[in-house]
Design a protein around this ligand. Sequence first.
Ligand SMILES: NC(=O)c1ccc[n+]([C@@H]2O[C@H](COP(=O)([O-])OP(=O)(O)OC[C@H]3O[C@@H](n4cnc5c(N)ncnc54)[C@H](O)[C@@H]3O)[C@@H](O)[C@H]2O)c1
Ligand SMILES: [Zn+2]
Length: 359
Amino acid sequence: MEKIQVHDYTIFVGNIWPELKLFLETRQFEQTIVLVDDHTATHCLPVFQAALPELSFELIRVPAGEQHKNLNSCQHIWSSLFQLGAGRKAVMINLGGGVIGDMGGFCASTFKRGMSFIQIPTTLLSQVDASVGGKLGIDFLDIKNGIGVFNNPEAVFIDPVFYKTLPARELRSGYAEVIKHSLIHDPAQWESLRQYKKLEDIDWASLLVPSLKIKQHFVEKDPREKGLRKALNFGHTIGHAVEGVALNSDHPLLHGEAIAIGMVCETFLSFLQCQLPQEEVAQISRYLLGIYDHHPIDLRHFDDYLTLMKNDKKNEQGQINFSLLPKAGSVSVNQQCSTAWILQSLQYYNDLATVSVID
Ligand SMILES: NC(=O)c1ccc[n+]([C@@H]2O[C@H](COP(=O)([O-])OP(=O)(O)OC[C@H]3O[C@@H](n4cnc5c(N)ncnc54)[C@H](O)[C@@H]3O)[C@@H](O)[C@H]2O)c1
Ligand SMILES: [Zn+2]
């Protein structure tokens, strides 16, 4: 069991159940409410119940998927909390991926001005990224995480046991954030990730702690994303726009899949703006395209992408802000690029042929 401290809460990584049991016994919450979605109700709740057979709790369930990370679901969660008679001394356990963690944390933080919550992230993506750093919220008017708050959980419990039922596509999506962490802060880890020829070769559990420590580094230094923490948004300015447009299409992309596209485009912007060497641009692009399918961006809708980028929360004074790579393993925040360069970066992505072999 590894423990990582972020501000006033602990992230437990490994076989979490003895620590979770102890934590709940020590804290003596008045009532325990577990939030799940349809998939985690099937796949993760039985694991939770088998590990904590004596725990009595109430269940709130929402439909699975990003399209349900919205006000409707919040309304259901808040109404259920009132119906269950929950008070501020109750605790909500968010058992699910980033959608459940972000939305459950947001509902808990706003219910009666705030009740306690615990994160048990069950996807790779939520374990290495979403469950840490206190960002909570929902999508609104096509804007990803448009409404939300910063607030920290009581604790985070991360257990690789949940990968057993996680679809391969979801694991691959989560891996995008692991790649991102290495690209912005850890050249040695980037080198070692590049050695993996197939996703099946990856020992996922071994990636958790190094990746979490990178997130911890940025979050601790800048909890409210005033500056340095924006580093974590590498790939996300364009990636969120791609994700937003895809969400309304017949072929929605998973978060990590969209971020992978964003990282390719922003790697090219890093070349234009921060002189990222051309060999590294090629290396990063090839690696990402070896893992993630190529989804051409429809440039006839460039204005829609731009509108979404303009709504990005990192922007200041109406400028679109990027976090770019001067070299693999380091990052520069608050980089502004012209519309022409942004378009060029999307074209660069479109022009790349899909490659099947990881470099
Ligand atoms: N707060 C943050 O800092 C932060 C950071 C990154 C991403 N996010 C958010 O996280 C979300 C994406 O997270 P995600 O990829 O975990 O999405 P998700 O919560 O939708 O989970 C993906 C899918 O896997 C299912 N699932 C979850 N765990 C499972 C398991 N163990 N076995 C089988 N199925 C399982 C879910 O029901 C869902 O269908 C996005 O909304 C994104 O905005 C937030
Ligand atoms: Zn992300």
